[in-house]
Design a protein around this ligand. Structure first.
Ligand code: SF4
Length: 232
């Protein structure tokens, strides 16, 4: 299944908070007002959100691994503990498209280095925001439709959950991913780069973890200054 109906609220305070330090100081100078205006314009023109997702019935949980009815085995680290109690696993791939990162690269190679850096940061924020909005929308929808609960969501690579499982997520969603939209390299890097994958458990029964942020299990949580800016 596919969702593209996302809009983004790109506010200046968020940009200031993301950039911080000397860049924030420069951006607050009225003489540099045009930088923010350009970044806004590029963002609105080039952002191209896409979420490809589906639900996969769970057959069993063995330690930290989820065994799907399809026979696929997925998960390690906190995955098994977080989705304990789930009847199904929702897996998704999220991207904001190639346009933002291509533009930021071009700007950084030219004379608008600062605009390029800021646009790159905004693109990173946008794909995370996309993930949070998709998850929040799914929680509301599943609760309303069937009284289902959702576990905390996780993404490969952010906790102890291995990046290698992105291969399994792509295999499971392969038939639904539009051609030329998002792909995985042999070394499991997503293209476009401003993309991520995620998973969470769903079902009528209590889960091992509900209502946490994925930040709570992220290996970067003690040093990350972006945690406070997250949407969920
Ligand atoms: S702690 Fe930072 S890096 Fe980790 S998931 Fe949260 S925002 Fe992302």
């Amino acid at each position: 299944m596919i969702r593209r109906d996302f809009t983004f609220q790109l506010d200046e305070q968020m940009i200031f908070s993301y950039t911080g330090g000397s860049i924030e100081k420069r951006l607050r100078d009225p003489a540099n007002r045009s930088i923010l205006e350009h970044v806004h314009a590029y963002f609105q023109e080039l952002v191209d959100p896409l979420v490809v997702w589906n639900r996969f019935p769970i057959k069993a949980l063995i330690h930290d691994k989820v065994i799907l009815q399809s026979g696929h085995k997925i998960g390690n680290g906190p995955v098994g503990e977080v989705v304990t109690g789930a009847h199904e696993l929702v897996l998704a791939v999220c991207t904001v498209g190639p346009g933002l990162e291509q533009k930021s690269r071009t700007l950084m190679q030219g004379e608008e280095f600062l605009e390029g850096i800021i646009l790159d940061g905004v693109a990173s924020w946008a794909v995370d925001d996309l993930r949070c909005r998709f998850y929040a929308g799914m929680m509301d929808q599943l609760q309303e439709e069937s009284g289902y609960r959702c576990s905390t969501y996780l993404s490969p690579g952010e906790s102890e959950w291995s990046m290698n499982d992105q291969r399994i997520i792509f295999d499971l969603l392969e038939s639904e991913i539009p051609p030329d939209s998002v792909s995985l390299t042999e070394s499991n890097v997503m293209v476009p780069f401003k993309s991520l994958s995620m998973g969470f458990g769903i079902g009528p029964d209590p889960m091992g973890s509900e209502g946490e942020s994925n930040c709570d299990r992220c290996t970067m949580r003690d040093v990350c200054r972006y945690r406070v800016l997250r949407a969920v």
